[in-house]
Design a protein around this ligand. Sequence first.
Ligand code: S3P
Length: 177
Amino acid sequence: MNGSSGRTAIYLTGFMGSGKSTVGRTLAQHLDRPFIDLDDQIERRESRSISRIFAESGETAFREVERLALTALPLQSRPVVATGGGIVLSRENRLLMDRSGVRVWLNCPLAEIVRRLGNTAGGRDRRPLWSGDPQELGRLLEQRTPAYASADLSVDAAGAVDRTVGEIVRWLEGLGE
Ligand code: S3P
């Protein structure tokens, strides 16, 4: 995963509430790489919140902006990228990530996700798909799990951030990073 292979980015994927932004920030600091939150990029591109994009333009339009934001990443800076929970739904997005970096799945059980999302009322602006119904969330997680699981690495994201980061760092070291 270096300049010669062209796979320069580290993409953190996983469901809402799996800790992609928190883990990503810590990992980037540890590796001395820039951190990019793709949802931030989307909101900046559109000058409106993710909830507003969903409400005014619909999910299909959101997915298109998400795809564009993914293709516009400054890959030469070898960023650590926290992606949105639905990015893996598109095969094209998965291929894009796999060609330009490594894909890590922050695997977090539903109960922990529900607990975390319940504690982040402010995050709702970013999460129109979080209805507050754990069963609905469970169905969405189940549907998406095969796409998440096709990542290069799956890490347990239910515990402490430092442990998750440590696991990713050890794996990267094994790749010669
Ligand atoms: C989404 C997850 C959100 C955000 C958008 C759609 C999803 O990001 O991209 O609300 O489809 O799961 P987080 O995973 O960072 O919450």
